[in-house]
Design a protein. Structure first.
Length: 71
């Protein structure tokens, strides 16, 4: 999911600092998440999706697609 978040940031020409300010997620926590050192919580993902103005499924990527097909 970190790759998806980073890709969206790049596409929208936004910075990691902007994302931490927009979501309220501490910079150290965001850094660990974006460097895939620890997993995002669902609350963090919702906050990120809202800040980036994208559907949560865009961040979840293949996970969301697989779940939708399985259902």
């Amino acid at each position: 999911m970190a790759d998806e978040v980073l890709a969206i940031l790049a596409r929208k020409r936004l910075t990691r600092s902007w994302l931490t300010e927009s979501t309220g997620i501490p910079i150290a926590t965001m850094s660990r998440r974006l460097n895939a050192q620890s997993a995002f919580t669902i609350d963090e993902l919702v906050s990120i999706a809202q800040a980036l103005e994208v559907p949560l499924g865009e961040i979840l990527g293949p996970i969301a697609t697989t779940a939708a097909v399985a259902a």
